[in-house]
Design a protein around this ligand. Structure first.
Ligand code: NOJ
Length: 514
């Protein structure tokens, strides 16, 4: 595994909304370059960039129409290469977003595959053998091709599913191909070519979209795991340093497939939402939440992945509600104390470091629907459009938060008590303690059903750090024979030790070397 993952702290950039330098109302590569020092100063040393390839933008770029060309609105391939170089000059790393499961209907592969005459792309997508025959349970595109067939979709109905085969093709459905048939094999080779192209240009690896979705009728993921193992072998031969992070949400599977890291997500079995995004999140000061199920599942996955790969917990992403929609004030600081003291590389979604809010009641933009409010342009300072763009406000990609008390980077940097400074401090503390880094071990020592606090010990070599997280507005305690040690971080109040109990004051997170 690439060494730099040991102390990586990622920053996710949704390029549309980060920084616009050519006044078209949409962010661009030059804007990202302009802000690299900001990201570095926060303490993040790695970037995940959402898709930046040519696309009709029916799904914000997750509907790629040319895997080899950047979308002109962000800049040219050369500009992206410059971005890679600027990132590396700062001792940082960058992952692109690989979308291997589907393309846009406008992709030339799909246009070829829609033709009635057989050609090199006939089997590039999952097609049935008759327009009257729909692929069961997958949704499909039908009636727009000369070809007599229905094409399975992978997400929205304009995103045809690339064909990596079926784990167990149904013998009664002759159109279902096996993973070892020529078509699926060629699709995989084509995707390796795409990876080769960008890795050669200088990216450090990929966040992989819907990584678990590739092989069809593959309930336990066995075929998809095999497919990714094949990709990892290719990478080990040609780009051994390439880092792979999966959007899968099931680390027990993805890490077997050779991914270095997998995200916990707002969908899937991880109970991630219990902490941040549900009616009574654990991190709310109401203190009615529950981290128990989350911890139970986390421990299960941790055991399966320990020593082989990492589990990443993001602050949010472009698909989820902004963290600051459900948490406020000190709740956010405490949530970040947790995020930045857990194993695996943390991911901070752009703007979450200043507590950027979800913008309510927006029209959907580029297939965002309810996600649009989490994708609004960054607030840098007090200049026009909060420093995001000099375009007229009505040209901005998405309307900005215009509430008077919206946070900006400038304001948060000027206030030593801000969320920005808390996060910066937390990242510094993480990076200066081996036990808190990606691979430091974790043991939960208090995580009870419907109870607070959450407590765990991180450990690496001879360093041991106790972390106590009490988001609730009440003083809470738990029995423990741990002896007090040196305080290395606290926010809110602090913890004290009394008569075999550890007591945490209301709304407190504390780290102690023990
Ligand atoms: C997951 C991406 O994060 C999301 O934004 C996208 O819409 C779907 N995959 C489809 O690619």
């Amino acid at each position: 595994m690439a060494k730099w993952l040991d102390n990586a702290v990622f920053y996710e950039i949704y390029p549309q909304s980060f920084k616009d330098t050519n006044a078209d109302g949409i962010g661009d590569f030059a804007g990202i370059i302009e802000k690299l020092d900001y990201i570095k100063e926060l303490g993040c040393n790695a970037i995940w960039l959402n898709p930046c390839f040519e696309s009709p933008f029916g799904d914000a770029g997750y509907d790629v129409s040319d895997f080899y060309k950047t979308a002109p609105r962000y800049g040219t391939n050369e500009d992206l290469k410059t971005l890679f170089e600027e990132v590396h000059q700062r001792d940082m790393h960058i992952l692109l977003d690989l979308v291997p499961g589907h393309t846009s209907v406008e992709h030339k592969w799909f246009r070829e595959s829609m033709k009635a005459e057989k050609n090199a792309f006939t089997d590039r997508y999952v097609w049935t053998d008759s327009i009257w025959h729909e692929p069961q349970g997958m949704g499909c595109i039908r009636g727009i091709s000369d070809r007599d067939g229905s094409c399975a979709v992978n997400f929205f109905s304009h995103q045809p599913a690339l064909n990596y085969g079926f784990y167990k093709p149904d013998p009664n459905q002759k159109w279902q191909q096996s993973m070892d048939d020529q078509g699926p094999k060629a699709t995989l080779e084509a995707m390796k070519d795409v990876m080769r192209f960008w890795l050669k240009m200088g990216c450090d690896g990929f966040r992989v979209d819907m990584a678990g979705s590739l092989v069809k009728n593959d309930e336990d993921g066995k075929g998809t795991i095999r497919l990714w193992q094949n990709v990892r072998e290719f990478l080990n031969r040609e780009f051994p340093q390439a880092v792979m992070v999966s959007e899968w949400g099931e680390p027990d599977k993805s890490i077997l497939g050779g991914f270095h890291m997998d995200f916990l997500l707002h969908f899937g079995p991880s109970h991630y939402n219990d902490l941040f995004r549900c009616q009574e999140p654990f991190f709310s000061s109401r203190g009615k939440g529950d981290a128990y199920e989350f911890v139970k599942k986390y421990e299960e996955n941790y055991k399966k992945s320990q020593g082989k790969g990492l589990i990443c917990i993001p602050s949010g992403n472009h698909d989820m509600d902004r963290l600051a929609r459900s948490l406020h004030g000190d709740e956010l600081k405490i949530a970040f104390a947790f995020l930045l003291s857990m194993p695996g590389a943390p991911f901070i979604y752009y703007g979450d470091e200043i507590g950027m809010r979800y913008v309510e009641n927006l029209h959907s933009v580029e297939g965002g629907y309810g996600r649009t409010g989490s994708r609004s342009p960054m607030h840098w300072n007090s200049s026009v459009n909060d420093g995001f763009s000099t375009a007229p406000a009505n040209m901005l990609y998405i309307k900005q938060d215009d509430r008077a008390d919206r946070p900006t980077v400038e304001q948060q940097m000027a206030d030593p008590k801000s969320l920005y400074h808390e996060i910066k401090r937390l990242i510094e503390i993480r990076k200066s303690h081996q036990a808190l880094l990606s691979k430091g071990e974790i043991t939960f020592i208090f995580a009870q059903k419907n109870e607070y606090p959450l407590a765990y010990i991180r450990r690496a070599y001879d360093e041991k750090i106790l972390v106590v997280i009490n988001p609730s507005g009440q003083e809470v305690s738990f029995a423990s024979n741990i002896q007090p040690g040196e305080n290395i971080y606290s926010t809110g109040g602090n913890i004290h030790f009394d008569n075999g109990r550890i007591i945490a004051s209301p709304q407190t997170a504390a780290f102690m070397r023990i």
